[in-house]
Write a protein that binds this ligand. Sequence first.
Ligand code: ATP
Ligand code: ZN
Length: 476
Amino acid sequence: MKIYNTLTKKKEEFNSIDEHEVKMYVCGPTVYDYAHLGHGRTYVVFDTIRRYLEHKNYIVKLVINFTDIDDKIIKRANEENIPPTELADKFIKSFLEDMEKLNIKPAYVYPRVSEHIKDIIRFIEVLIKKGYAYVADDGIYFDVRKFKDYGKLSNINLDEIRTGYRIETNLTKRNPEDFALWKFAKPNEPKWDSPWGEGRPAWHIECSAMGIKYLGEQFDIHGGGNDLIFPHHENEIAQSEVYTDKKPWVKYWIHTGFVMMDKEKMSKSLGNFVELKDLLDKYDFEVIRLFLLQRHYRSPLDYSEEGLLDAKISLEKLYNTLKNIDAICRNSHVKHKLNEIDIKTYETIKNAWINFYNAMDDDFNTPEALKYVFEVSSVINKYMNESNNPNKSLLIMTNEFFKMIGEIFGIFHNIINNKNNEDKNMEGHLIDILINIRAKLKEEKNYKLADEIRSELKNIGIQLEDSPKGTIWKKL
Ligand SMILES: Nc1ncnc2c1ncn2[C@@H]1O[C@H](COP(=O)(O)OP(=O)(O)OP(=O)(O)O)[C@@H](O)[C@H]1O
Ligand SMILES: [Zn+2]
């Protein structure tokens, strides 16, 4: 399996540090507003990566943090006249609800910055002791020029970017590009005691401190949206590799492309966003996931209603195939003798299945992988239409294929959810009993009652279809 690594700018073979466990850190949201579709994309992508790794028999330990101390949070809380923690609590709760509704598997832990102040202080102390951080008038800074590898992730050239920095009024800062680790307390801001007086952590340090705390000094995957490459992840690398004296801190850096709206990044700060909770009221979560996965995770994705409606139609087509397989399967048998169509169909599905894996192994190319999902759908539909004696074992195999797709893409919830399967089995047995009674009624020429069974079932969404092969049922 190959992953595009932002650090090396190449697709690289994936080899986890531990044979069985993959450790993954994804930067979480700054919780001052509701999550939008852009956040949805980033977390659905990492959820799909996680699911695919699990499919490959890895145990995935995922950490997603909550940035609950930040200028934007303080500003919004002041506007609403509530403590910053209350504001953060509200949006953490709604973020977790959105994630659950999107069928995103929960992380191992969701650490909050405000609950890790001691870890952060200890971390900064080490950086100061090693001579990479210093105390200035308004806080503690990381001395960027001392870290010789600075720029290895983003390819940033410090001399070129220096001109972009505004003239510093803070004369105690060594270089304009040095970034803050700790900010000294200002009035009306949350603050904690530290060896340097009261203050609060700056942004980047949290992910280094919490990543190392929960995943260790070296781990496999670190990710987030493209916007985090510089300066956030560049700074995380500098802090962490100084702290641990180990290189590389993270083996594979994965970054997602933006969801775009009106040609700009969908973002809270620009105000051009669609809230996930509103979208989830309007569309099934599976439609949203399919819409997001129809584009490669590193490419930008334009938000559009048409795109979502197309995804809805595609999903309905796949569900129709699943219902057809279910219906035909009940009335077919495992064959002892195969004909040419059985053999050819098996081969086509097998090849599509292999191609699906190849696409996923090529840097999680979900749009390419989906092509093979639709190919299997049309091949099996053709087979069910054309074969007068479809082979049950082929239908079961195809059903397994779709189940696997459902597990990896987080869709087809109804067919893989066990409880529903049990209900479905019970439901299936009851409908079969009714179908048999109806057949007997017809034999006895009691057509009135036989029709009543059919129309009553239709009223509850079950359609009976009489065919030369017997009566089959489908959900409407
Ligand atoms: N439009 C988007 N498309 C894809 N990912 C996004 C988008 N907006 C934010 N993200 C990602 O979601 C994660 C959480 O983001 P965070 O809460 O920090 O949002 P943000 O980038 O500050 O949002 P905003 O720009 O809306 O204020 C980050 O990994 C970020 O890169
Ligand atoms: Zn981070």
